[in-house]
Design a protein around this ligand. Structure first.
Ligand code: ADP
Length: 312
């Protein structure tokens, strides 16, 4: 209930606030019904109503389970003490925060900043985890689910840095119940990152699709293995990751890669530049202009696994 959530999050106080993003505000909480710490996401919907079918949609998300998806534990839709409609989703808590924090530590406040950078092998493992989660959503659920908002802040890391994708299914719910705020959020420049990850066809008013997720995954790979945000200007010119996807890799691939990625631990005789070239080329392949010609996520996962086997 709203009361339970209010108590568990300390009255939604700022000390329990983890972060806020495209679809809501996230608090850390200990619910009376749960043994473990949870993350409560309070949705910021502009339009309400249809509470019952909203709840039914959320309930159906609880059945979607995969080792690389964040588990949705329960949902709550009620009226708060001021009479406002209130909707929240309760997820398992991910102690190592989001991939975004690990990729861009200098932008994170000191107390939450990861103490080291991710190794190349850890990055590969995370990419494989994310690809497996998307493949599951796209072809192994009872109906295909497009994530529609894949980006590093939606990739959360548990104790042993296994990646879990969050916010899946939310796009479908928002599209149904609050289409206006869904599109506002997708295209809002104020929402960090989202703009760089959305497939170009979304900008032309196309409905979200699983092929759009493949594009976002390609951008995610480019970001993870260059260390640059999609909106970052490479080489000081107006050469962003986004228009980079329309061109080829430079001959000296290491020129566009942050040095922090290069402590490598690869097998002897297997140069880091070769490994990075293979991963970045895969990233480019995922970002093709034509949605239906993009790779399937199962193929992307398979390629990443074979890169890992070759180099580590
Ligand atoms: P975004 O739109 O940036 O993904 P979210 O509202 O999903 O924002 O989440 C905001 C932040 O809260 C995330 O960047 C992440 O650091 C944190 N967060 C979200 N869900 C969880 C969770 N289940 N466990 C731990 N931290 C979480």
């Amino acid at each position: 209930s709203y009361g339970d959530l209010r108590d568990a999050t300390n009255g939604f106080s700022s000390s329990n606030l983890i972060g806020s993003g495209s679809f809501g505000t996230v608090f850390k909480a200990l619910l009376p019904t749960e043994k473990n710490v949870v993350a409560v996401k309070v949705l910021n919907l502009q339009r309400h109503g249809a509470m019952k079918s909203f709840m039914a949609e959320c309930e159906s998300l609880k059945d979607i389970r995969h080792r690389n998806l964040v588990k949705l534990l329960t949902s709550c839709s009620s009226i708060d003490f001021q009479g406002n409609e209130f909707r929240a989703l309760v997820y398992e808590f991910m102690p190592n925060g989001s991939l975004d924090m690990w990729l861009h530590p200098v932008e994170v406040e000191e107390i939450r900043r990861p103490s080291r950078t991710l190794t190349l092998l850890e990055r590969l493992n995370i990419a494989i985890d994310v690809a497996s989660a998307l493949d599951y959503l796209h072809v192994h659920c009872h109906e295909p689910i497009a994530h529609c908002d894949l980006k590093p802040s939606n990739v959360l890391l548990d104790d042993d840095l296994t990646a879990h994708v969050s916010d899946f299914g939310l796009a479908r719910i928002l599209l149904k119940f609050d289409q206006e705020s869904f599109f506002n959020q997708l295209s809002s420049a104020g929402v960090r990152g989202t703009i760089g990850y959305a497939a170009p066809e979304y900008g032309m008013g196309r409905q979200p699709s699983i092929h759009g997720d493949v594009y976002s995954f390609g951008i995610l790979l480019l970001e993870m293995f260059t260390g640059k945000r999609p909106t970052n200007e490479l080489f000081g010119g107006n050469f962003t990751l986004h228009n980079y996807t329309k061109s080829a890799l430079p001959e000296k691939v290491l020129d566009i890669v942050d040095v922090s990625i290069l402590h490598s631990g690869l097998r002897v005789g297997f140069p880091v530049s070769e490994c990075l070239t293979m991963v970045l080329e895969l990233g480019l392949k995922c970002c093709g202009e034509s949605p239906i010609n993009r790779l399937a996520m199962s193929e992307a996962a398979k390629e990443l696994i074979s890169i890992r086997e070759r180099f580590f």
